[in-house]
Design a protein around this ligand. Structure first.
Ligand SMILES: *[C@@H]1O[C@H](CO)[C@@H](O)[C@H](O)[C@H]1NC(C)=O
Ligand SMILES: *[C@@H]1O[C@H](CO)[C@@H](O)[C@H](O)[C@H]1NC(C)=O
Ligand SMILES: *[C@@H]1O[C@H](CO)[C@@H](O)[C@H](O)[C@H]1NC(C)=O
Ligand SMILES: *[C@@H]1O[C@H](CO)[C@@H](O)[C@H](O)[C@H]1NC(C)=O
Length: 333
């Protein structure tokens, strides 16, 4: 059907039609102001809002995509690496802040200058790391990673780990050591886990057992050293076809990758250099929300890259994401 329509118009707008037919007629739109290190987008399908963090400014932010309004909650507890809602709650969120897992109370409707929180558990106890990216699995367990603190823009290797935390709130080490624990994704069949330790430039896959939450049989499914693109892999998500969407920090692009064939399917240019993460959202889960960093820029650099730190929406990709899970907490303890 699509092909037939294309052929008719070939002589008119050849290029445009070819783009449409190959699914490349996407549109990139800036949907927030530029912030600092925007990261960890999470689409809450229950409330139809996009949560993300602004790591070093220590904010949890919430975008109402229907109105464009962003509200923010300041967390007085160190850098905020990741946030997810608590299942069956309207005003509880769990976040990784500093080296702790914290429970934040915030309904998201108004700005909060000092959001109330309590520490649930300490994930790591030394001072040279902080929590970075994380995601919740289909059983409500939080997979949350750490990385060495940045010192003069450098991150010492092998100080981080990836942990799994269930409702008993005791972190279990899953992968260690890692340098910069980043993107995570499970396929829709829930039998494969994908993971990024950024400085490796590689995407790893593991067999995943959804019942006991264990991973095994590590293999590399994509190696950025083998493609001609700048940047390191950062946040990641997956579509219902089982293909990965990966943010390239320092690379101006999000890439679309088939982990089964190791093929680079598409590259989506974003008007910022440091692309930090991606998540599908919108009522049909077909809008790719992209976070970027504008952290530590001088006033001069800010002028040159006015969008750095903003969130973007990419529409028209022709694929859908999977639902993001919320953390399941035992509220009776
Ligand atoms: C960690 O940092 C805090 C505050 O800077 C300090 O009080 C504490 O002694 C440090 N702990 C370690 C183990 O270095
Ligand atoms: C949660 O994790 C603990 C310790 O890792 C384990 O003993 C317990 O069985 C787990 N609980 C559930 C409900 O999976
Ligand atoms: C996880 O569960 C599977 C069965 O679903 C079992 O075969 C396997 O031994 C379990 N692994 C661990 C580490 O408990
Ligand atoms: C991107 O990140 C690098 C490394 O942290 C930094 O040097 C550069 O200034 C950043 N660029 C922008 C536009 O934020």
């Amino acid at each position: 059907m699509r092909k037939a329509i294309c052929l008719e118009y070939v002589s008119l707008t050849c290029v445009l039609v070819i783009l449409v037919c190959s699914g490349e007629a996407h549109k990139v739109q800036k949907v927030t102001e530029p912030y600092g290190l925007s990261e960890g987008p999470h689409w809450n399908h229950r409330t139809q809002k996009l949560y993300f963090v602004d790591i070093y400014n220590q904010y949890i932010r919430r975008l109402d995509t229907a109105t464009g309004v962003v509200t923010s909650a300041y967390i007085e507890h160190g850098p905020v690496g990741v946030v997810v809602p608590v299942e069956d709650s309207y005003d509880k969120l769990v976040a990784g802040s500093g080296t702790d897992l914290i429970l934040v109370t915030w309904d998201g409707d108004t700005n909060e200058e000092k959001a109330p929180f309590e520490v649930l558990t300490s994930i790591e106890s030394d001072n040279d790391t902080r929590v970075n990216d994380g995601k919740v699995d289909s059983s409500g367990r939080f997979w949350i990673g750490t990385m060495g603190n940045e010192v003069n823009g450098q991150v010492a290797p092998d100080l981080g780990s990836l942990y799994r935390i269930n409702d008993t709130l005791k972190p279990i080490t899953e992968i260690s050591p890692v340098s910069i624990s980043n993107g995570l994704a499970w396929n829709i069949q829930d039998n494969t886990f994908y993971y990024i330790d950024s400085p490796t430039h590689k995407i790893a896959a593991y067999d995943y057992d959804p019942i006991n939450g264990t991973i095994s049989n590590k293999r590399i499914v994509f190696d950025l050293n083998k493609i001609n693109m700048k940047g390191i892999p950062d946040g990641m998500t997956i579509d219902t076809n089982g293909n990965l969407w990966i943010a390239l920090f320092g690379g101006h692009h999000v890439i679309h990758v088939n982990p089964k064939t190791q093929e680079l399917l598409r590259k989506i240019k974003i008007p910022a250099e440091n692309i930090t993460s991606v998540a599908f959202g919108g009522p049909h889960l077909d809008i790719l929300y992209v976070t970027t960093s504008g952290y530590g820029l001088t006033a001069h650099q800010r002028k040159q890259t006015p969008h750095a730190g903003a969130v973007f929406a990419v529409k028209g990709l022709g694929v859908r994401g999977t639902l993001a899970n919320s953390f399941i907490m035992n509220t009776k303890q």
